[in-house]
Design a protein around this ligand. Sequence first.
Ligand SMILES: [Fe+2]
Length: 378
Amino acid sequence: MSTAVCLSGGQVLTSQGGLEVADLHIADGRIVDAPAADPLRVDCRGYWVLPGIVDVHGDAFELELHPRPGVDIAFPIAMASVDRQLLANGIVTAFHGMTVSWEPGARSLEAGRRFMAGLQALRPRLTADHRVQLRWETFAHDAIDDVAAWLAQQPTPAVAFNDHTTATMEKVKAGNHQKLGQWAQRAGVTVQEYLAEVDSVGQRAPEVPAKIRKVADLAGRHGAIMLSHDESSRSERAIHRGLGMSVCEFPLDPEVAADAVANGEHVILGGPNVIRGGSHTGALSAEDAIRDGLCTVLASDYYYPSLLHAAERLVDRGVLSLNDAWGLVSRNPAAAMGLPDRGTLEAGRRADVVVIDGSGPWRLVHAIAGGHVVSLGR
Ligand SMILES: [Fe+2]
């Protein structure tokens, strides 16, 4: 069902970046110039009317699928709940950061297959636009055929190149076993078994560079957006840029972020980092990076509410204007992920809109996803 909608009398964010009291018209899932006959009228007086949030990387869905170690919730139940959470937090386009790793358990290739098949089947019943960021662990040697098959699906997933394995191997070598218990638990194996897995994938390290080139080539041929994850040096950025990884995700050093921005590339940091006032892993402070012009996109990372409230905090603390803060969660992520049909409220765009009461602590009042209105109460 897609009815005509009129969001009436709100303060609409214009493409010039100002707020203007106006009616916003929606028909057939798109923003339109002319009012339609007999629309559903939504009273937006006193509220902001902003483009819907685009989340380039969220993995809080993992907690819905596996609320406790070893506990699995049926995919349709878990993802219907995720859909509602996204909308309640203003996220109308979500790229699920789905890790495909060599680990057994929740991040295994098997789990990835279940996730991708489950999402394709469920998509028609979901309200937000659910997409996938394939977080391919570059030591997941045996996942490439699956990655190739997923790249041929519609909508084309984005591919993020992740290497957490090298650091894991270094920690193991240095006798730093601090996080091993947690990782083994996630994988559903004993610490001894986890160590054996690390050892076995590590043996195949020489295969990794050619596999990165192969996946980059596949992604390029499908027009997939490529992101590189956790870069620590400009030389790494340069190599990845050469392979087509045009988006820099969670750089570990401000120099990497500066190099990306200087090259016109988007730099992603985490919304939780902003709302918590720093990184939980001691990495770059997102708020500092934003002040320095080193971050163009925020991702929900592990907490969906973080995007709305990161924008709120940046405005409240005078770091950015409303237009620029909102750009970090809507306009820029849409551009970074190659989605020119969203991120602004111009006629012809997808009707992805959020209505916010900004008179006190920010409160989402309505989320409109592809023209479908979801109201969140008083
Ligand atoms: Fe990471």
